[in-house]
Design a protein around this ligand. Structure first.
Ligand code: ADP
Length: 160
């Protein structure tokens, strides 16, 4: 049976920290599906469809990575995909407290799902999407933290 992992998140934006989790996940699983959660109650900073395109561009050479958006419970989405693993990154104890609860609930909803946590590579640990949003909002370049260039974002917006 193919070992499929769903890597769920807001990815607002997708960072080098997220990229590292995907690439390391590929050594453990046959396929990694990046799932951008479309939570209607949370307003995004970077538009969903644009972020999906930037992530797809980042992994265009990886045959075993694909990107989806979803508007459902993560556990339901994993079941529909035939994914029996959830992939998550752990940066610190705050992440752990949060992830601990979520992973129990996900197993309550879908008993076959197993969450696999990868400890963040040290140089990437300080990177968080919320800090990047703050820097970007006030005009600071954030390209060093992203696996793609935000000039791509401007190109994509122009093509709309
Ligand atoms: P969520 O809104 O679900 O927390 P995020 O997009 O913020 O989603 O993060 C998705 C996953 O990536 C989470 O498991 C988070 O802990 C992990 N993550 C976030 N930043 C990093 C990083 N710098 N290094 C490794 N993992 C990270």
């Amino acid at each position: 049976m193919k070992r499929i992992a769903l890597f769920p998140g807001s990815f607002d934006p997708f960072t080098k920290g997220h990229e590292d989790i995907v690439l390391r996940g590929l050594r453990l699983f046959d396929e990694v599906v990046i799932g951008i959660g479309n939570n209607a109650t949370k307003k995004r900073y970077f538009p969903l469809d644009v972020m999906k395109q930037l992530i797809e561009k980042t992994f265009e050479r990886e045959r075993n990575v694909r990107t989806i958006t979803y508007d459902d419970l993560t556990a339901h989405t994993a079941r529909e995909l035939g994914a029996t693993f959830l992939l998550r990154g752990l940066r610190n104890t705050t992440d752990f407290e949060y992830e601990n609860g979520i992973s129990q609930v996900n197993r309550y909803v879908y008993a076959e799902i197993e969450t696999v946590f990868l400890i963040t590579s040290p140089p990437l640990a300080p990177i968080s999407s919320s800090i990047i949003r703050d820097l970007h909002r006030y005009g600071q370049s954030v390209d060093d933290f992203l696996p793609y260039s935000l000039s791509e974002l401007n190109k994509l917006n122009r093509d709309d």
